[in-house]
Design a protein around this ligand. Structure first.
Ligand code: PGA
Length: 254
């Protein structure tokens, strides 16, 4: 049985003081049954990780901490970068890797995503590996090819035991931050495709790996998405910035 997972990707929003308020407000809106049904993750910017970790620990919250990016080297002369072990030490459990904004704006290739994914696993954290096609790739009928090659490149050489515990987020680029969600049917069928691809890398891992949908998820569309067999949760950007809205996404069945 796969446990659902809903992760808030705050992107480059919230200083550490705002982040403290956001996680506290979110926690007031959740109860035990929410944590039982869903793994709830927040991914603040690096500068707020320590503050959010402190709130989570002090208030004994079951909210899990995530980071939005990481460098794959362990230490050394990489000015401005953050190592996996540094995140692990802060109690970070999940790391988003290969987000389309990193791929498009910061030149991350599948090879880099693969190195980062391995480094995250090595440091004992769970990668949330993002894949997804552009609008023109979809219009040209290449969406599956693109996702297939991103998965193959990003997950190359990862053993089946490990593969089963990772998270993959399917995020069509045209749906991110645009208010245009993929239809539940399209999102569901691509997530089925993702699971099948994982199965071709490792038959044992396919049923265990959690596949999220991301791209303009909101309280109005989450239930339809979650009804799909192969969608195990969401990676939520804009709608995770307001604690009320994010809590409504998390409590999608109500
Ligand atoms: P969005 O972002 O929900 O604002 O579309 C999703 C994401 O980029 O992870």
């Amino acid at each position: 049985m796969r446990k659902n997972l809903i992760a808030g990707n705050w992107k480059m929003n919230a200083n550490h003081l705002e982040a403290i308020q956001m996680v506290q407000k979110l926690s007031y809106r959740l109860d035990l049954s929410d944590y039982e049904r869903v793994d709830i993750v927040v991914c603040p910017p690096f500068t707020a990780l320590r503050s959010v970790q402190t709130v989570i620990e002090a208030d004994h919250l079951a909210i899990r901490l995530g980071a939005q990016n990481v460098e794959w080297h362990d230490k050394g002369a990489f000015t401005g970068e953050i190592a996996p072990s540094m995140l692990a030490k802060l109690g970070v459990a999940f790391v988003v890797v290969g987000h389309s904004e990193r791929r498009q704006l910061f030149g991350e290739t599948d090879d880099i995503v693969n190195k980062k994914t391995r480094a995250i696993i090595e440091a004992g954290m769970t990668p949330i590996v993002c894949v997804g096609e552009t609008e023109s790739e979809r219009d040209d009928g290449h969406a599956e090819d693109v996702v297939e090659s991103q998965l193959a490149g990003s997950l190359a050489g990862i053993s089946s035991d490990v593969l089963r515990s990772i998270v993959v987020a399917y995020e069509p680029i045209w749906a991110i931050g645009t208010g245009r969600t993929a239809s539940a049917d399209d999102a569901g069928s691509m997530c089925t495709f993702v699971r099948r691809q994982i199965g071709s890398l490792s038959p044992d891992a396919a049923e265990d790996v959690r596949v999220l949908y991301g791209g303009s998820v909101n309280p109005g569309n989450i239930a339809g998405l979650m009804a799909k067999r192969d969608i195990d949760g969401g990676l939520v950007g804009g709608a995770s910035l307001d604690p009320d809205t994010f809590a409504s996404v998390i409590r999608y069945w109500i």
